[in-house]
Design a binder for this molecule. Structure first.
Ligand code: AMP
Ligand code: TRP
Length: 343
């Protein structure tokens, strides 16, 4: 299809979000948080704890607010600086919900029905899933576009949701005849940490919801736990190969080498060069050292920040004001474009 509609020409902005459900792991860190931190020096950034998304699945009573503080603390422990980036809780800015409703009327059933995350999360009994779980990716599009964000750092698993966000932005622009009103947000996925796999099964992604804690390294794990989990990580009977080509078909080994590369910023080839021909008895302790060296300061900062919840609350409240100041004028324009009655 040739496309002659003018593109968005407004300023660049980065937006991303993480749900306050369960504790963060190395996959979240390498796939998302580490990229957030790298972007905040070069871009206007908005980082959101997406608590509205969290309630699409059952949440234990009374824990949501604390989990939101924990994710905010983890953001800051990883290096998000609230003086540089906007950081806040989604439910404290009304624009998300309002724009999500409008987008529910822009997105087509067929588009949303294709989303694989819904199928995974709803499981066999999708009749019993919440309606919110179904429209989850529409709310995600609203998160991004309420700030007219142009770039969205996420892990590989979010690729399909980002495509939907682009489709929704494009359809809104066309349907209301406002070319270039919303940007078509671009996912920032590339990099060695885009898809970190379970330590127990190299074909499954590392996930908060895996019943086995040995499958993931949590950002709050202490050094001994990290070393033990890496020691127990599934591998095969072979040795570390010489070339990246030979990692194909060995997903567990490829994953461990990939984690080493992502944490050190070194290329896979350089790591293979150092360890080729050696068994995992040599490689695993080296990987454990690298992981502990990287995570220990983050864990220490996390505990310090979490010790002062009132300060986290003040930071989130300031962030909500800043986020609202960006979104409110955009929402005024959206209401005008849709044609709602206005005083
Ligand atoms: P979630 O834990 O699903 O809320 O994900 C928060 C962010 O972490 C999203 O950008 C995900 O794409 C990213 N993420 C989650 N799991 C992984 C993983 N195993 N590897 C890389 N990125 C991940
Ligand atoms: N769906 C994302 C996840 O599960 C979280 C999310 C919600 C998000 N809104 C977003 C990510 C907006 C990027 C941009 O990880």
């Amino acid at each position: 299809m040739t496309d002659t509609t003018p593109a968005y020409t407004g300023p660049e902005r980065v937006f991303s979000g993480i749900q306050p459900t369960g504790s963060l792991h190395l996959g979240n860190y390498l796939g998302a948080l580490k990229k957030f931190v790298d972007l905040q020096d070069t871009h206007d950034c908005v980082f959101c704890v997406v608590d509205l998304h969290a309630i699409t699945m059952p949440v234990e009573k009374g824990v949501l607010a604390d989990q939101t503080r924990q994710i905010a603390a983890a953001f800051m422990a990883c290096g998000i600086d609230p003086a540089k980036s906007v950081m806040y809780a989604q439910s404290s800015v009304p624009a998300h919900v309002e724009l999500a409703w409008i987008f529910n009327c822009v997105a087509r059933m067929g588009w949303v029905e294709r989303m694989t995350q819904f199928k995974d999360k709803a499981g066999k009994d999708s009749e019993r899933a919440s309606v919110g779980l179904f429209t989850y990716p529409v709310l995600q599009a609203a998160d991004i576009l309420a700030y007219k964000a142009t770039h969205v750092p996420v892990g590989e698993d979010q690729k399909q949701h980002l495509e939907l966000s682009r489709d929704i932005a494009d359809r809104f622009n066309r349907e209301y005849d406002v070319p270039g009103f919303f940007p078509l947000p671009e996912p920032l996925i590339k990099g060695p940490g885009a898809r970190i796999m379970s330590l127990k099964d190299g074909t499954k992604k590392m996930s908060k919801s895996d019943p086995s804690d040995l499958s993931r390294i949590n950002l709050v794990d202490d050094s001994d736990t990290i070393a033990r989990k890496i020691r127990k990580a599934t591998t095969d009977a072979g040795v570390i190969p010489e070339t990246a080509e030979e990692l194909k078909g060995r997903p567990e080994v490829e994953n461990l080498v990939g984690i080493f590369a992502a944490l050190t910023g070194r290329g896979v080839e350089s790591i293979l060069g150092e360890f080729a021909g050696q068994g995992f008895g040599a490689f695993k302790p080296a990987l454990a050292d690298v992981t502990v060296a990287h995570l220990a300061p983050i864990t220490a900062r996390y505990r310090d920040i979490l010790a002062d919840p009132a300060e986290i609350d003040r930071t989130l409240a300031r962030g909500a004001q800043q986020a609202n100041a960006i979104a409110a004028p955009i929402m005024d324009d959206v209401r005008r474009v849709v044609g709602f009655w206005r005083p």
